[in-house]
Design a binder for this molecule. Structure first.
Ligand code: HXC
Ligand code: NAP
Length: 285
C-alpha cells in the first residue's frame, strides 16, 4: 500500500526510538524514505536501531537525550539536525510507567513518570516548535498517548495524568500553532507486547484476561502502529490536526459497554441463553 518514497524529504525525530514501538516506527519510517533521528538515555539500543535502519538502506542518526532536561533536548536536536538536516516531524514516544497503588506513591514516584511523559513531551515539542516558527517552516508533532488518557485508569495514576496532559497539549497546540503550519496529532495504542511495557504492566499470568478485553482477540503488532504513524506523518494526511487515533482492537470500547462481556461466551451458547430470557409469545397479549 505504501510507496517506498512515501516519507522522502521528511526528517523525523523519535524520542525513545531505540526500543519497542519507537524502534518499530523508526525502522518503518526509515524504510519509507524518511531520515530518522532516534534519541533516548541509553546508547546501545539507539545505536542498534540506527544500524538496523542503515543496513536496510535507510538513513538514520542517534543522540543521547534525557527528555526531562530542556538543555539535553536542545543539544540532542542540534546533533540530529547536524547529521540529517532540519527536523520536519517530532514523534513524542518516550515514556515511563509502573503499576502502583496511588496511596503508596511518593512525590518522587509521581514526578518520575510525569517528568518524562508530560514535561518531556513539552520540552521536545517546545524546542522543535520554536525552531519551526523561527525558520518559517511547517512541522508536525505526533504524540503517543494511551486510551486511558481520557478515561483515566486505576493503578497508573501518574501515567494517566501525564498522558491526559499530552492529549490536551496536542489539541491546544493544534489550534494555537496552525497559523505557523504546525500540525499536532496523537495515537492512542491499546496493548502492544513490548519488553518495556509488558515487563512493568502485564504479568504473564494476566495475558489471557487482557486478551479477553480485546474484541479482536489479540494484542497489537508494533508494525501496525508503525504503519499508522507513517500514514499520519505522510503527505496523504495533510489536513488532520488535533486528532487522536485509537489503535486498540476495540479494547477501550469494550471496557465501557454495558453488555460487552456477553461477547466472551461462544455465540451459540449466548443465543441459547438469550432465547431463554425472551418471554413466550403468549405472555405478550
Ligand atoms: C512505586 C516506584 C516504582 C514502582 C519507581 N518508583 N518504581 N514506586 N512502584 N514500581 C519510585 C521510586 O521509589 C522513587 O521514589 C521514584 O519512583 C523514582 O524512581 P527511580 O527508579 O529513581 O526512577 P527513574 O530511574 O527515573 O526511572 C523512571 C521509571 C523507570 C519510570 C521508574 O521505570 C523507567 O525509566 N522507565 C522507562 C521505560 C518505561 O517505563 N516504559 C514503559 C512505558 S509503557 P522514592 O520516593 O523512593 O525516591 C506505557 C504503556 C501505557 O507507558 C499504556 C499501557 C496500556
Ligand atoms: P518502551 O520500549 O519502554 O519505550 C519507552 C522509551 O522511552 C524507551 O526507549 C526509553 O529509553 C525512553 N525514555 C524513557 N525515559 C526517557 C527519558 N527521560 N528521556 C529520553 N527517553 C526516555 O515502551 P513502549 O511500549 O515501546 O512504549 C512506547 C510508547 O507507547 C510510550 O509512550 C507508551 O506510553 C506508549 N504506549 C505503549 C503501550 C504498549 O502496550 N506497549 C500502550 C499504550 C501506550 P531509555 O530508557 O533508554 O531512555
Amino acid at each position: 500500500m505504501f510507496q517506498s518514497n512515501l516519507l522522502a524529504g521528511e526528517v523525523v525525530l523519535i524520542t525513545g526510538g531505540g526500543t519497542g514501538l519507537g524502534r518499530a516506527m523508526a525502522e518503518r519510517m526509515g524504510a519509507l524514505g524518511a531520515k530518522v533521528g532516534v534519541v533516548g538515555r541509553r546508547e546501545d539500543p539507539l545505536r542498534e536501531t540506527v544500524e538496523a535502519i542503515a543496513s536496510a538502506g535507510g538513513t538514520a542518526a542517534w543522540a543521547r537525550c534525557d527528555v526531562r532536561d530542556p538543555q539535553s533536548v536542545a543539544a540532542a536536536t542540534d546533533a540530529i539536525e547536524a547529521a540529517l538536516g532540519p527536523v520536519t516531524a517530532l514523534v513524542n514516544n518516550a515514556a515511563g510507567n509502573f503499576l502502583a497503588c496511588a496511596e503508596d506513591l511518593s512525590a518522587n514516584a509521581f514526578d518520575a513518570v510525569v517528568k518524562i511523559v508530560l514535561h518531556g513531551t513539552f520540552h521536545c515539542t517546545s524546542d522543535l516548535g520554536r525552531r519551526w516558527i523561527a525558520r518559517g517552516s511547517k512541522g508536525q508533532v505526533l504524540s503517543i498517548v494511551t486510551t486511558y488518557a481520557w478515561t483515566g485508569s486505576a493503578f497508573v495514576l501518574p501515567s494517566a495524568c501525564a498522558k491526559a496532559g499530552v492529549l490536551v497539549m496536542t489539541r491546544s497546540l493544534a489550534v494555537e500553532w496552525a497559523t505557523y503550519g504546525i500540525r499536532c496529532n496523537a495515537i492512542a495504542p491499546g496493548p502492544f507486547p513490548t519488553e518495556g511495557a509488558f515487563s512493568r504492566l502485564m504479568p504473564a499470568d494476566a495475558h489471557d484476561e487482557a486478551l479477553r478485553q480485546v474484541p479482536l482477540g489479540r494484542f497489537g503488532e508494533p508494525a501496525e502502529l508503525a504503519n499508522l504513524a507513517s500514514y499520519l506523518l505522510s503527505p496523504m494526511n495533510a489536513w488532520m490536526t488535533g486528532e487522536c487515533v485509537t489503535l486498540d482492537g476495540g479494547e477501550v470500547l469494550k471496557a465501557g459497554q454495558e453488555f460487552s462481556r456477553m461477547t466472551d461466551y461462544p455465540r451459540d451458547e449466548l443465543r441459547a441463553g438469550l432465547a431463554m430470557l425472551r418471554p413466550p409469545k403468549s405472555s405478550k397479549t
